[in-house]
Design a protein around this ligand. Structure first.
Ligand SMILES: [Mg+2]
Length: 288
């Protein structure tokens, strides 16, 4: 059940637009849940802050290399890095090496790229969890085919995936691209080791760990009740929300999005103001 975030006094926002388009007061539930979580962070030796990048820390740009973090975000993450109790990790659909130049933080950051399939350690070591054997050959055949003919959409090639985008195309054209993409991908997604990943404006045929798997891998490296939060905006973040909801300690799954949608996330924040507010409260919890 998704709860709206409580009123943010600093920004004077005390209402939100519901799924039905009515203006309704914010619930106190979300505010309470968030406060409880930050009390747990304040009381812990260590906490996990897991973040998607595009749409969560930065707005969308046609050229993704122009998507810089929203104002204030870099400073707040820098403060957390310096304080040292927060394990910060970015879990993104992009190749992992693209994140550090965008964030430009003083210390190296842990990144899980390709929706979790690729891990980049802060020391620069990179490990890819990719397809093997028959599924690998099928995936590579599709990648080669789409490089030549993108079915009218925009093809993005990844080491572990074939991605077809229709974001920004007129509705009729977008539907036609989607139909062709699904006709190609869906039979293959039934094969062992390959899966379909839906996201806003596209679909991905992929192998390897997803964002939920990345969250689980991170949690497995920590003490059992370490507080964990995951912030994301897209359908591909749902697996990560569910993984956080299953964690044993204090946990918070957060949908960061201008408009609410059905989600496994526990609370909803609207960027960038409410995102900044969340990171500020995290920083304050560490100082408490
Ligand atoms: Mg995103």
């Amino acid at each position: 059940m998704l709860e709206a975030r409580g009123a943010d006094a600093e920004h004077g926002e005390d209402v939100f637009e519901s799924r039905q388009g009515e203006w309704v007061p914010l619930t106190e539930e979300a505010e309470k849940r968030q406060k409880r979580f930050f009390r747990a962070v304040a009381a812990s030796e260590r906490a996990l802050l897991l973040l998607d990048y595009d749409g969560t820390l930065a707005g969308f740009r046609a050229d993704r290399f122009q998507s810089r973090p929203w104002a204030g975000v870099r400073e707040l993450l820098t403060a957390m890095q310096a304080e040292g109790r927060t394990r910060l990790a970015v879990i993104t659909g992009r190749p992992s090496e693209e994140i550090a130049p965008m964030l430009a933080l003083p210390k190296a950051v842990e990144v899980w790229g390709l929706h979790g399939a690729e891990r980049l350690y802060p020391n620069g070591r990179r490990v890819l969890d990719a397809a093997r054997g028959a599924s690998h050959r099928k995936l590579n055949a599709v990648r080669a085919q789409l490089k030549k003919d993108a079915l009218g959409g925009l093809y993005e090639d990844k080491a572990n995936a074939a991605v077809l985008h229709w974001r920004g195309f007129p509705a009729t054209k977008a539907r036609a691209i989607e139909q062709r993409a699904r006709a190609l991908f869906e039979p293959l997604a039934k094969l062992e080791g390959l899966r379909l990943l839906n996201f806003d404006g596209g679909v991905e045929l992929r192998a390897g760990r997803d964002k939920g798997g990345a969250v689980e891998a991170i949690l497995a490296e920590e003490k059992p009740k370490t507080p964990v939060a995951y912030l994301g905006d897209d359908l591909s973040d749902e697996a990560a929300f569910r993984a956080v909801n299953r964690a044993r300690g204090a946990r918070l799954s957060v949908l960061v999005r201008r408009k609410q949608r059905p989600s496994a996330a526990q609370i909803w924040l609207r960027p960038p103001a409410e995102l900044r507010g969340f990171l500020q409260q995290w920083k304050q919890a560490l100082q408490a």
